[in-house]
Design a protein around this ligand. Structure first.
Ligand code: FPP
Ligand code: MG
Length: 304
């Protein structure tokens, strides 16, 4: 199964998709918490890892639907730092699944290019096995010029860790900064999602209405949508219900015109962002991250 599925729409599904698209207010950025894989596995007498594999197939369907709806960016929670506490068998199974799926991208270069999908892995990748760090950095470099759909995979990620890393980055690289340069905008620049707008819609499955340490900074004005379906059972209808819920919120906010998220973005941009010191810091951060990626990718591991 590839990263973007060849989902075959039934005629009535195509109509439904077109109706939702015609409704306007398509989210630019959608975030998924793919929850319920193990409950699905249990109820189908499968191994836990098979539940996660089914989950990956549904992610590929969702990416197809997002592309066809014109959604530009997707962020998905694939592996939390908290997940390292699960059994060694499950953790190793998930890491192997990642090796298989990321390895496939390197072999199927053309396919993601065709769909224009750029992959960015967000998270503390230094916690991952070294071969996976190398594989992930190769994938990010290889897909780096694609620009139709940005797919951010939160892997070895929690939001609190992301914020902690941001503060560490300021201390590590910001030796020319002054106290007045510390602003929301500066912290945002240090997050893994530095190049992304905040998600417009968060979609979580399995009946859990929690954020679970996912993108807590970025979700401050995001529309939250929770559904009882387990992730491996998600259908186009469930997905469209989430989009429809988002559209209803947008219609309700229409009379107020200025969406809160836009106000927030505006405000953050006004915060001392353009000081020369901050600009130099941001350039330094960009080249630090680029060099790190290049050095990780040039290590000598072979994709399995
Ligand atoms: C949450 O369900 C899901 C995960 C911890 C893993 C999600 C991973 C995938 C769908 C595969 C993605 C792989 C790549 C390489 C992107 P859960 O395990 O918490 O299930 P439960 O809530 O029923 O216990
Ligand atoms: Mg869960």
């Amino acid at each position: 199964m590839s990263w973007v599925s060849d989902y075959q729409y039934k005629w009535y599904e195509t109509i439904a998709l077109n109706i939702v698209r015609a409704g306007g207010y398509i989210p630019r950025h959608i975030a998924f918490v793919m929850d319920g894989n193990r409950r699905y596995a249990k109820s189908h007498h499968l191994r836990k890892i098979d539940g996660h594999s089914h989950g990956f197939e549904k992610l590929a369907n969702c990416l197809r639907w997002c592309l066809d709806l014109g959604i530009k960016e997707v962020t998905t929670f694939a592996f939390s730092i908290e997940n390292y506490k699960r059994s060694a068998e499950e953790v190793n199974g998930l890491l192997d699944l990642a090796r298989e799926k990321f390895g496939k991208i390197l072999l199927e270069e053309r396919k993601l290019e065709e769909h224009g999908v750029r992959i960015r892995v967000i998270g503390n990748i230094e916690l991952l096995p070294e071969d996976l760090q190398t594989l992930i950095s190769k994938v990010m470099i290889q897909t780096g010029n694609n620009d139709k759909l940005f797919l951010n995979i939160a892997f070895s990620y929690t939001s609190r860790d992301e914020m902690t890393q941001s503060v560490e980055t300021v201390l590590k690289l910001g030796d020319n900064l002054e106290i007045d340069d510390i602003s929301e905008r500066l912290i945002e620049e240090c997050l893994y999602t530095r190049h992304s707008p905040p998600p417009d819609l968060l979609f979580r499955t399995s009946g859990e209405s929690r954020i679970s340490d996912f993108m807590m900074w970025q979700l401050s004005t995001t529309v939250l949508y929770f559904t009882n379906i387990l992730w491996p059972q998600i259908t186009l209808w469930n997905f469209l219900c989430g989009i429809f819920a988002y559209q209803r919120v947008c219609v309700r906010l229409e009379p107020f015109k200025k969406h809160k998220r836009l106000e927030h973005a505006q405000h953050a941009r006004e915060c001392n962002y353009y000081s020369e010191r901050v600009q130099r810091f941001v350039q330094k951060l960009d080249s630090f991250r680029k060099d790190l990626l290049l050095s990780l990718s040039s290590r000598n591991y072979v994709a399995s």
